[in-house]
Design a protein around this ligand. Structure first.
Ligand SMILES: [Zn+2]
Length: 297
């Protein structure tokens, strides 16, 4: 079993049960966040969320939804300084710390009983608490530096920004892509048996006519599910404004390859798109979005 595979297995469950709306900071995530179904499990995100009576606090298997609890260090020392063998006094030392992960050693001054205590399990030398906190920040679309600064301000041990970005790159993005692909595959398989009325629009990294990146997104109007997203760079086309039409063409091509049938497309009143629809995709009814019309009246 590969290390990455193990992490992915743990995180994949987390991703599937996460919820989602649009995330603005990462283009690659836009479609994913719109298409995944489910309810976000806040107990994972909040390090130290409360537990209800039916939760098993002492479960031996740890997962993303195992309740996490914030404990003041003095309160913890009070517990650890009592020897579990003779109830005598134990001297406690912090053996190691990595982000939110803490490992203490204690030695009884009476019976010399030695024990190690850690606040989170490890998986292949990676503390799961750090992994889950990083996943929670990303999947809840919080800003990582702000979230970590908040935790630091109230002295809650947490992963450093460098650790967060390392996990994001090494594990989290891969898991998102994996779940996104399988989710999208299943969605398009279902929709391929229907005639779809879709809406499409583009957006860009900067307003005006000097954008470098644009993303075109198509949504099934009946189910509000994102069915296609295409990223375009301005250097791939003649100019920045041309990115929108190119994105639409790519969405069309991608959906066509997946046997998705579109009967109606609703867009804004982008002149290039209106002309192209009339000349190259006339079998599809082209309609305008009322919001764009009322905005420009
Ligand atoms: Zn003892």
């Amino acid at each position: 079993m590969t290390t990455l595979g193990e992490y992915r297995k743990v995180l994949k469950i987390f991703v599937i049960s996460s919820t989602l709306s649009v995330i603005c900071c990462d283009w690659l995530l836009v479609a994913y966040w719109n298409s995944v179904i489910g309810q976000f499990r806040m107990e994972l995100i909040v390090f130290g969320s409360l537990y209800s009576a039916h939760d098993n606090l002492y479960s031996s298997s740890t997962s993303y939804n195992t309740p996490k609890i914030i404990v003041e260090s003095d309160q913890l020392m009070e517990l650890l300084s009592v020897c579990p063998m003779c109830a005598g006094h134990s001297s406690v030392e912090l053996s190691s710390r990595h982000g939110a992960y803490l490992k203490f050693s204690s030695t009884c001054t009476t019976c010399q009983h030695f024990r190690l205590w850690e606040n989170s399990p490890m998986k292949n030398k990676t503390p799961l608490i750090n992994l889950f906190m990083s996943a929670g920040i990303l999947f809840s679309r919080c800003l990582p530096t702000k979230t970590l600064r908040f935790l630091q301000m109230i002295s809650v041990k947490s992963p450093s920004p460098a650790t967060y970005f390392h996990y994001q790159k090494k594990f989290l993005h891969g898991v998102i892509r994996e779940v996104y692909s399988s989710d999208m595959k299943a969605l398009l398989k279902t929709l391929s048996t229907q005639e779809l009325r879709v809406s499409g629009d583009g957006r860009f990294d900067t307003p005006g006519h000097s954008a470098t990146f644009g993303v075109y997104t198509m949504m099934d109007s009946d189910t509000s599910k994102i069915i296609s997203t295409e990223l375009v760079k301005s250097t791939e086309v003649s100019s920045s404004p041309a990115m929108e039409l190119e994105g639409l063409k790519r969405c069309r091509s991608s959906l066509s390859q997946k046997n998705v049938t579109i009967v109606e497309l609703t867009t804004d009143r982008h002149a290039h798109i209106t002309k192209w629809m009339r000349e190259h995709w006339s079998e599809v009814q082209h309609t305008y979005d009322l919001w764009h019309i009322s905005k420009s009246e």
